[in-house]
Design a protein. Sequence first.
Lengths: 88, 326
Amino acid sequence: MAKRVQDVKPARSKETEAWFRENIAEQKQRYAAIVKEQDGLAAQREKWVEEFLQVIQTKGFNVTGDTRRVIKPSEIAKKPKGRHQVVF
Amino acid sequence: MARPHIEPYVELDHPFKKFGVSGFKGSSYKVLSLDTDTGACTLKVRFDGGFKRKPGLSYSDMEIFVLNGKIKVGKQTWTEGHYAFVPAGMAVGQIEVPQGAEALLMFNDSEPSWVESDKNHQLALTEAFSSVNSYEDRPWGGGSIVSPSVATGCLIKLLHYDPLTEALSFLYCMTPRFAQDNISYHDSAEESYHIWGTSWMMQFGELPTGGYFWRPPYINHGSFRCKYGTIAFGRTDSILFNYFHFNPWTNPDENKLRAAANLYRKRPQLYDWVASDGHNHPHGPPDFENPDYTSEPQVRMLHGEPVGGTVSRSKVGTGGKARKKK
């Protein structure tokens, strides 16, 4: 196994460990806030999705670059039941 | 496993915190994303006027993008738009910030670390070092560096490329009235910071100046709009392949299966070999050209193996791969 600089990193100091723990906890809060905020957009998102489905059936879907293909109604997926989750 | 899905996060709405870690005192920071296993992170750092630090090195690969101000690094002066990739163990010169500066600071392998030294560590892979002013020293190119490609109006300046993983660091812009009517996902994690401008995605809404995301692999994003133009700094942690589709409701598991089906169609022999009994190498198959790649910190991080020092374990966070850089 080739040895690398990362392999010889000293153990975290107490100072760094405290920094790490504090910022993990804060990130967890940020993540929860993002999920809440995004859940709040659900109704608006449904309208955006409707508009998108209209655009790809009229103007077309970008297959690659500026090449477009108009999508047939039969190709549109059926909306599943339940929450439309966007943050994972 | 890695960093959670942080999208969108507008850092301008949040205050800086004093940076109390050795080597960074005299600066303030905001965490944009943090790997809850390894400590790898992306920070926005504000260096107060008068900040000084002696020459030193980090035990992690590091990237920096200067957002504003001037940072003297040894004999160089890094100004707005400057990008550098500093491999772990490579000593950088004394740092001085006479009048203050702000930068994105990315530690790819572990938490922020700094040790005073005017010599490179003997194991440092210094040939990977790069330093460029992205605003002045690179031309804009079309976004079609990969296929399927983005629509016309998304331009890119490639700043760093890892030849083994094909991970990218880049500046990108969307021209005014940019539009792309598809939904995308990738095999790679993707990260972006909006230096200026607002863009829109169907899932997340508007991402304004100061907006940031760290998006783990296989998560839907798009369609895309940008009304007045945007300039942003972006990264991936491995090869960027655009899987485009038009089903708004798929989840990452379904997207991953579709990606695997794509691989199966394009490389059936390889897929069969990897998937069959006795040939499934969970730590990666042997590579005669790069026999040591499985010992790279980034590969080991993928499998939850420690990378030097004390590596804490945490259940916080969701998917996403460790950043692969060397």
